[in-house]
Ligand binder design. Structure first.
Ligand code: ADP
Ligand code: MG
Length: 407
């Protein structure tokens, strides 16, 4: 399959970065459907090229009709910036432009940029609602994309998504893209779409089967030392470390820097400028380690990121898929390691059942486990129980594919 077989115009294909030669599975599936005008519900693994799967058809359509606008909604500011850049790389040569609209940036500057009628808006919901209240009209939006749709739902943005969708053209085309999918999301999406085509990218062709996952059982109190050891053993250029609570990110960062590992932190308690700086330093190699909360788990692409470490397992099992999916993107190999203590057994089991992988626990040399497993009496916080219930209601991509009816 080549891009020229997907009803894309020559000038558009020529504008693709030269690293992009053949379409990925989800691009092959989604591009023709979107170009022919269908609503689309697309499920594909992390790093499988979803941005261009919706970006190219949008650009193609806008080339035909410059009065129309497209709107892409994403859950985080970092993702908005990344998607906007990826789209602009292809849109600019077609004399089309994308504008990033998210919080933390001066609103008046955004309003000035909006006055120039950008063809594509890439936005987080909060800032967009704010701009609508200040007079922004979305009536020319004929293409609406919800990227990382499940995350938009999980983060509580759905009411905003609905408000925004109501402001767009009633004749619009709608596409939903995600790497994980739940029944709740499917239900919530229904009223926003008309007869959507459900597309699931072929498991075999998906790009992140090359992640080597290792899970180490360690004492809760040894995690910092174990992390330092793992980082030193890896000696990788870049290591992304996921942490659960943003409150712990800064102190862990300090401890790593003290151990002479250049480390930056990215979480929601930082200003937008600090967040951008931390990500930039990490991407450019100035810091070897980036400690991040799940703010960064979805969608963010870091070129050739070799190693992801979970300092603790995420509360929601599907977040694990997203976290480890930051590595081994676009066909590369990757390593994902997790530090697990006895208290995280429930989270681990939820991940095992969602991914249908064994994920055995190993010992980490030099870190004997002396903590005792908790007794049958559950000491879990109620929030955890809720997370597990939610997780049980979710489907993995595999389950999805086994059910031909779901297509
Ligand atoms: P997803 O949204 O599915 O997680 P992205 O759209 O962020 O994935 O793409 C991940 C990486 O793969 C990006 O660097 C992108 O440029 C690259 N990419 C996208 N499409 C292709 C392709 N057809 N061939 C090679 N690389 C691609
Ligand atoms: Mg994406």
């Amino acid at each position: 399959m080549s891009f020229s077989q997907l009803s894309l115009s020559k000038t558009l294909i020529q504008a693709l970065p030269n690293t992009i030669k053949t379409p990925t599975a989800i691009q092959t599936l989604a591009i023709p459907e979107l170009i022919s005008g269908h609503d689309v519900l697309a499920l594909a693994k992390t790093g499988s090229g979803k941005t261009l799967a919706y970006g190219l058809p949008i650009i193609e359509a806008l080339k035909q009709n410059q009065d129309h606008q497209a709107l892409v909604l994403v859950p985080t500011r970092e993702l908005a910036a990344q998607v906007c850049d990826a789209i602009n790389a292809v849109a600019k040569p077609q004399s089309l432009s994308a504008l990033c609209l998210c919080g933390g940036v001066d609103k008046e500057l955004q309003q000035q940029a909006l006055a120039k009628q950008p063809n594509i808006l890439v936005a987080t919901t909060g800032r967009l609602i704010d701009l609508i209240k200040h007079g922004l009209s979305l009536s020319q939006v004929h293409y609406l994309v919800l990227d990382e749709a499940d995350r938009l739902l999980d983060m509580g943005f759905w009411p905003d998504v609905q408000t925004i969708a109501d402001q767009t053209s009633p004749k619009r085309q709608t596409a939903l893209f995600s790497a994980t999918f739940s029944d709740t999301l499917r239900q919530q999406a229904k009223p926003l779409m008309s007869a959507p085509k459900e597309l699931v990218a072929d498991q075999e062709n998906s790009t992140n089967s090359d992640i080597a996952e290792t899970l180490y059982l360690v004492n809760k109190g040894s995690k910092t030392k174990a992390l330092i050891t793992l980082i030193e053993q890896q000696a990788a250029k870049q290591i992304l470390v996921f942490i659960g609570a943003k409150e712990n990110a800064d102190s862990l960062t300090k401890k790593l820097n003290k151990a002479k590992i250049t480390t930056a932190a990215l979480h929601g308690n930082k200003s937008q400028a600090e967040r951008e700086e931390a990500l930039e330093q990490f991407k450019s190699g100035q810091s070897q380690v980036l400690i991040a909360t799940d703010l960064l788990a979805r969608g963010i692409h870091i070129d050739h990121l070799p190693v992801v470490i979970n300092f603790e397992l995420p509360m929601h099992a599907e977040t694990y898929i997203h976290r480890v999916g930051r590595t081994a993107r676009a066909g590369a190999n990757g390593i994902a390691m997790s530090l697990v203590c006895h208290g995280e057994t429930d989270a681990l089991n939820a991940i095992r059942s969602l991914t249908q992988r064994e994920l055995p626990l190993q010992d980490l040399e030099g870190f004997p486990v002396t903590d005792k497993p908790s007794t049958g009496e559950s000491k879990r916080a109620p929030r955890d129980k809720k997370a597990n219930r939610r997780t049980q209601n979710k489907k993995s991509i595999k389950q999805f594919q086994r059910k031909p009816k779901a297509r």
